[in-house]
Design a binder for this molecule. Structure first.
Ligand SMILES: Nc1ncnc2c1ncn2[C@@H]1O[C@H](COP(=O)(O)OP(=O)(O)OP(=O)(O)O)[C@@H](O)[C@H]1O
Length: 281
């Protein structure tokens, strides 16, 4: 079995005059959690839908779990987990019925009751899905996406509309799937989510990948200058420096006792991202 889950070379797609994907290269290793970031209209959904086999490409090579999504059949599809945004809208079935029903579509599914537990819905298993909250329905969507025991899971903006506690619980769930060896490709507009979950992120702007790397080192983040800030006798002060330890030591000599409001910060992933996308919305 190859170590590569997804391999994309020179992918291109246009819709009439609109160039949606303009020569994308991408490699995702098996077991990796990869986050695709980018502003609205950047080409994320188009890329993901081509990888899922739901959209035709104009040009380029695409290999997903050893097959071309444009040609692959049912047995290949059964190895993917696709978390749709609205699979559970207004369903009359209970959570348990729905997850058990979906499991029958797959040759070697997970235990449906275990999946319900994994997404934290055991207490709601006998509730009709139309009676669930938005966040709870989203958990059902995830349950349906993973009950087939997929090797690769696609998650499109998975936590939109989640409250902060539900987001953290969802992150734990994704980490657990990743620990079990599932490869995960997610798109998100939440930079903290990408930072918390992704081994690597790719930033796509105008149909091109403009940066690729680990969240902690993306686009020179690790080498970026630190900002030391504090409150002095004349009010708030801050300096940008490559040697924050030295600056703090010097301040320590100037102040007796604690340095008021001392903070040392480096650019967040969001700062780096905003720098990369420039004037894009
Ligand atoms: N079916 C379509 N017909 C015509 N143009 C389309 C179609 N789907 C997408 N586009 C265009 O292709 C470009 C890329 O869209 P895509 O949906 O891939 O972006 P995205 O990065 O997923 O955006 P978002 O963050 O808003 O979901 C956009 O300019 C969009 O308007």
């Amino acid at each position: 079995m190859s170590d590569t889950a997804v391999r994309v070379r020179e992918l291109r797609k246009r819709y009439g005059d609109v160039v949606a994907i303009d020569g994308v290269d991408l490699d995702i290793a098996r077991g990796e959690v990869f986050a695709l970031l980018g502003p609205n209209g950047a080409g994320k959904t188009t890329t993901v839908e081509i990888l899922e086999g739901h959209r035709r490409r104009d040009a380029g090579d695409v290999d997903v779990l050893g097959e071309d999504p444009g040609q692959a059949g049912r047995s290949w599809r059964a190895r993917l987990g696709i978390v749709l945004q609205s699979a559970t809208d207004a369903a009359e079935m209970t959570v348990r019925e729905m997850v058990h029903h979906y499991a029958t579509y797959y040759p070697s599914p997970r235990d449906p009751d275990h999946v319900i537990e994994l997404v934290g819905l055991t207490g709601k298993a006998d509730v009709r899905t139309r009676h669930l909250s938005g966040g709870q329905r989203r958990r059902v969507d995830v349950a349906l996406g993973v009950v087939g025991n997929p090797e690769l899971v696609f998650l499109d903006e998975p936590t939109t509309g989640f409250d902060p506690v539900a987001r953290r619980q969802f992150w734990d769930l994704i980490s657990q799937l990743a620990d079990e060896g599932t490869t995960i490709l997610l798109t998100t507009h939440y930079l903290d989510e990408a930072e918390a979950l992704a081994d690597r992120v790719g930033v796509i702007v105008g149909g091109k990948v403009v940066a690729l790397g680990e969240p902690s080192t993306l686009a020179g983040r690790a080498q970026a200058m630190a900002t030391v800030s504090w409150t002095g006798p004349d009010g708030e002060r801050s300096v940008k420096t490559a040697t924050p330890t030295q600056v703090v030591a010097e301040l320590g000599r100037q102040f007796e006792g604690e340095i008021p409001e001392l903070a040392v910060t480096r650019p967040t992933l969001e700062d780096i991202y905003l720098g990369l996308i420039g004037d894009q919305p």
